[in-house]
Design a protein around this ligand. Structure first.
Ligand code: SF4
Length: 345
């Protein structure tokens, strides 16, 4: 693995922007798996995969209205290790460690802080919260990346949570399949298989079709073959995937490999990630083009997580133009007009 700029210098001809990145106690550490590094085009300074893992001086800039926690996660944290922002689900920060640190990470206030896995006390706190809050129907095992934990630690977390709330839907949120697919061993899968009744969902983050290698597909396939559906959450990233051609290719490849494109996220207003954000107008144009080209199955929902904890909202153009005495007036994808009458009640 590569874990310093010095190591990167030995392997890549770094650009001025990359060389002038300033590391500080607040910055996200450098960590790139050997596997992911092998996917980079070392000759291309604008390589879509390189942008996601090699830091640049743009991370040292703070833009207006940015903050370390624009989604107000801290404010919605009953404990330091879980967030309860939506009534029916909580996010458990199982560890701050990831196999690789993404330069666009929206939780960089927590990620890579070297605070390590959650403690037994943290887990107990979460379990007793779940016992009291029966409105919580889903839990996101996140962080950091839950799959950096040992198989036995994952087993212990899952069994404790299921004991506290047996009907919980459990989302395994991970980028491991994209950055270190070798971690998905038969022994890891057997951990999840040992809870045959548990409704697990694998939530992946593939942002570019080149991340969907044979190894990555095989890794996700192990979950799917074990009865765990896979859903992908991409982030719309400038210089990585901010065009309809690349996203179309990614979404079709995901569906072909049994992974449902679920969300395409607009970048959050996180300090240091301004270089990745795509203007909303452009994002909406890409969404329109994707809607024209992709099947419903392959189409992700373009969405923004609104600042100050405003929650997620879908982003798309409206196809309703109004209503008259004949019914609702719609605009088709290719710009034609259609009337849909209301039923006679
Ligand atoms: S894997 Fe997730 S938590 Fe870790 S750095 Fe990437 S985006 Fe952040």
């Amino acid at each position: 693995m590569i874990n310093s700029i010095e190591q990167l210098k030995e392997k890549l001809k770094l650009t001025e922007e990359e060389l002038s990145w300033k590391e500080s106690p607040q910055s996200l550490p450098v960590l790139i798996t050997d596997y992911y590094f092998s996917l980079l085009d070392p000759k291309d300074p604008n390589d879509a995969l390189r942008r996601q893992c090699v830091p640049t001086s743009a991370e040292n800039r703070e833009e207006s209205l940015e903050s370390s926690d624009p989604l107000a996660e801290v404010e919605h944290s009953p404990s330091k290790r879980f967030i309860h922002r939506y009534k029916n689900r909580i996010a458990l920060l199982t560890t701050d460690i990831c196999a690789q640190y993404c330069r666009h990470c929206f939780r960089r206030r927590f990620t890579g802080n070297f605070c390590g896995p959650l403690t037994e006390e943290d887990l107990k706190e979460c379990c007793s919260y779940l016992e009291k809050h029966t409105e919580v129907k889903e839990i996101l095992l996140t962080g950091g990346d839950v799959l950096t934990l040992s198989d036995s630690a994952i087993y212990h977390i899952v069994s404790s949570l299921r004991e506290a709330s047996p009907r919980l839907v459990i989302r395994i949120c991970t980028r491991m399949v994209a950055v270190q697919p070798q971690r998905i061993t038969d022994s890891l899968i057997s951990v999840f298989k040992s809870f045959p009744e548990a409704p697990f969902y694998l939530m992946t983050q593939f942002n570019h079709v080149r991340e969907l290698t044979d190894e990555a597909v095989k890794a996700v396939g192990k979950f799917i073959d074990a009865g765990i559906p896979a859903m992908n959450q991409s982030v719309l990233l400038r210089g990585v995937n901010d065009n309809a051609d690349d996203l179309e290719e990614l979404c079709n490849a995901l569906v072909f490999n049994r992974i449902k494109p679920y969300y395409l996220f607009q970048g959050d207003l996180v300090t240091g990630t301004g270089t990745f954000r795509v203007p909303l107008e452009r994002g909406l144009e890409i969404e329109k083009q994707l809607r024209e080209r992709l099947s419903g199955l392959a189409m992700p929902l373009y969405a923004a997580d609104l600042p100050d904890g405003g929650g997620k909202v879908p982003l798309c153009g409206s196809y309703i133009e109004g209503k008259d005495e004949n019914g609702w007036i719609f605009r088709t994808l290719d710009g034609q007009k259609r009337i849909y009458p209301d039923p006679q009640i």
